[in-house]
Design a protein around this ligand. Structure first.
Ligand SMILES: Nc1ncnc2c1ncn2[C@@H]1O[C@H](COP(=O)(O)OP(=O)(O)OP(=O)(O)O)[C@@H](O)[C@H]1O
Ligand SMILES: [Mg+2]
Length: 606
């Protein structure tokens, strides 16, 4: 059918990469990847794509073409739309970019059926319309855990969409329960997940007659989804806006201190790609970086990506082990066995050989069991990826290690892991931690170091400017916040792009922004005025980061002191300690300049 398509083609706009991402709901980095696959070279998420590229990209990614055109009428293909006759002008502009009231007979019939079951919808629709917004799809749910409920899609006015960072229509679920239960809530979240490619993926409206709906949703709140109790007061005509403000603007998506993956993970494409190749080619690699540089996040994100390749990721956090002088070997083997079993069980894979081991197996028992198991898993095409995180807990090095007793049995376990990796064709190993001494020192606990020169080294420095900007803009958009170029520069300059510090600073600035404005903007001046309070807040973190460098990189730490004491003489030191200087650059503590080096932004926060 030609007509609609012609309209769509003519109206395809020039879009920046991140605009394409937000319209289509495809992650920015997947868009960048698709562009690379199409041999379209772009520099950054803010590069502009001409209309033909927008169209081809849409086809390549299977995006509904109506999402990529400018004319709102074309974005509602299932519903016949007509111009809204009833004028609801209001002074606050929420009505601007209003959605035209759909006139489809089929939709009218569905809406009547839903309103008969859920009379609350009548008032909801009235308020939505008064804010330029419409229900554009509705159906009663038949079958499944939400049977008897109703599934609606709401399209908000453009003013509301942009103020609240809604990327698409919003899913609304109505349920009949007086006592809304956690398991129904989980079913609702699954529904959102199923529809995430066509609706705003992280916002959902829920209505039930339960008096405690709001309290319950608040209790069950998680960072991923904003679940809004769709309770509106008919007297307050701005109830809808307040409801959105109270739930969407109030969250602070920058404020995450645990490792991230999925839609709160950004950048690091090159590192991820190279690690993926290492794992599939069974080359060991080690990821080293400062505290909170994002090491564990990389492991999580990589795990998610590799699952599709038949890889079973097993993350082992060595921080849980007892520290020297207690010999952690027995606990290490127990932990390896336990984590492997958990991961295998989670995928309903074979655990027999491990299950039959004692809780505290000997190194040899463990090795034989894993060998047998790997053979079985290999026949079904499964590859095991062991990831040892916080590797410094088993390596004595620097000041931190000087106090540690030699633990030859730990070295023996590591040697076993190396030989398992080398002997089988379906096990890979990744290491992560602060110190690269695990692959650089010839001896470990008085024995030859099994990892010496074995694993490829990856140093995790700061995020690049564009990666950081993508992070800030994407997360900002989901809170209805726009960040200016000046704002992005200021965030990057002050934090040096260190992943945790950058987010922490952005989070601090967000807290200073007003909650209830239409256009929330973070500009350079907002960042600058939050800066001095932020600096004193993170000072202790920075001191701790540097303390770790001193602990695990003794030579580097001497260099840092030299740099601070006599910056003019530093180049001579740097020439005599080439490796250590490189480490400092790779870790993001030193920047090379034309004629030499200067301390990175991070050190200026000391
Ligand atoms: N790629 C990323 N995208 C977005 N945020 C990130 C990214 N990497 C790290 N962060 C932010 O930095 C924080 C620290 O990340 P993570 O825990 O992965 O670092 P780490 O190097 O493993 O830290 P630790 O030294 O404590 O083990 C996260 O909570 C997150 O806020
Ligand atoms: Mg970590």
């Amino acid at each position: 059918m030609g007509n609609g398509e012609i309209v769509a083609e003519e109206n395809t706009p020039r879009l920046r990469v991140h605009e394409f991402a937000s319209r289509s709901g495809v992650k920015t980095r997947d868009v960048l990847q698709a562009l690379a696959d199409m041999n379209e070279y772009v520099r950054s998420p803010s590069s502009v794509l001409p209309p033909p590229v927008v169209r081809r990209l849409g086809v390549a990614l299977g995006v509904d073409p109506t999402l990529l055109v400018d004319e709102p009428v074309a974005r509602t293909p299932p519903v016949e739309a007509v111009r809204e006759t009833e004028a609801f002008s209001n002074d606050y502009g929420w009505h601007s970019g209003a959605v035209k009231a759909p006139r489809s007979v089929a939709l009218q019939r569905e809406l009547e059926a839903v309103e008969a079951r859920y009379p609350a919808l009548v008032e909801h629709r009235r308020q939505l319309a008064s804010m330029g917004s419409q229900v554009i799809r509705a159906s009663l749910i038949k079958g499944g855990p939400l049977s008897g409920g109703a599934n609606l899609r709401i399209r908000f006015s453009e003013a509301i969409e942009s103020a609240f960072g809604l990327t698409r229509e919003v899913l609304a679920i109505y349920l009949p329960y007086e006592d809304f239960q956690m398991r129904s809530y989980e079913a609702v979240l699954r529904q959102l997940k199923d529809e995430r490619h066509v609706v705003t993926p992280d916002v959902i409206l829920i209505w039930t007659p339960d008096e405690r709906l709001g309290t319950k949703l608040a209790e069950w709140r998680n960072l991923r989804t904003v679940a809004i109790p769709f309770k509106l007061d008919s007297v307050n005509s701005f109830g809808l806006i307040e409801l959105l403000q109270n739930h969407i603007h109030i969250r602070n998506l920058f404020e995450v201190t645990t490792p991230v993956s999925g839609d709160t993970f950004f950048g690091r494409r090159t590192v991820l790609q190279s690690l993926r190749e290492d794992v599939l080619a069974q080359r060991a690699a080690g990821i080293f970086g400062l505290r909170k540089a994002g090491k564990t996040s990389i492991l999580l994100e990589l795990s998610d990506e590799l699952r599709a390749d038949g890889v079973l990721p097993v993350l082992i956090d060595l921080e849980a082990l007892p520290s020297p002088p207690v010999d952690p070997t027995d606990d290490l083997l127990a932990l390896l066995r336990l984590r492997m079993m958990e991961a295998l069980k989670g995928q309903e894979l074979r655990v027999k050989e491990l299950a039959e081991l004692p809780d505290f197996p000997s190194t040899m028992q463990f090795k034989i069991a894993v060998q047998k198991l790997l053979r079985h898993l290999g026949s079904s095409g499964t590859r095991v990826l062991l990831m040892l995180d916080e590797i410094e807990y088993v390596t004595p090095s620097g000041k931190a290690g000087a106090a540690a007793a030699d633990l030859p049995r730990v070295a023996q376990v590591l040697a076993t892991l190396r030989s398992l990796t080398q002997e089988s064709d379906n096990m890979s190993l990744l290491l992560a931690g602060l110190t690269s001494s695990i692959v650089e020192d010839g001896t470990l606990h008085g024995r030859p170091n099994p990892f010496f020169s074995w694993a490829r080294k990856v140093y995790l420095g700061p995020l690049e400017r564009d990666e950081a900007a993508d992070l800030a803009l994407s997360l900002g958009r989901r809170m209805g916040i726009f960040i200016t170029e000046g704002g992005l520069d200021a965030l990057y300059e002050a934090s040096g792009g260190h992943a945790y510090l950058y987010r922490h600073l952005a989070s601090t600035v967000v807290k200073t922004l007003p909650v209830n404005l239409t256009n929330r903007i973070m500009a350079r001046r907002d960042v600058l005025s939050a800066l001095s309070a932020w600096k004193s807040e993170v000072h202790a973190h920075i001191v701790e980061m540097i303390r770790h460098v001193e602990g695990y990189y003794p030579v580097e730490s001497v260099l840092l002191d030299a740099l601070r004491a006599a910056p003019d003489l530093f180049n001579e030191f740097a020439d005599s300690e080439i490796d250590a200087t490189r480490h400092l650059v790779d870790l993001g503590l030193l920047e090379s300049t034309d004629g030499g080096y200067r301390p990175a932004a991070l050190l200026e926060l000391l």
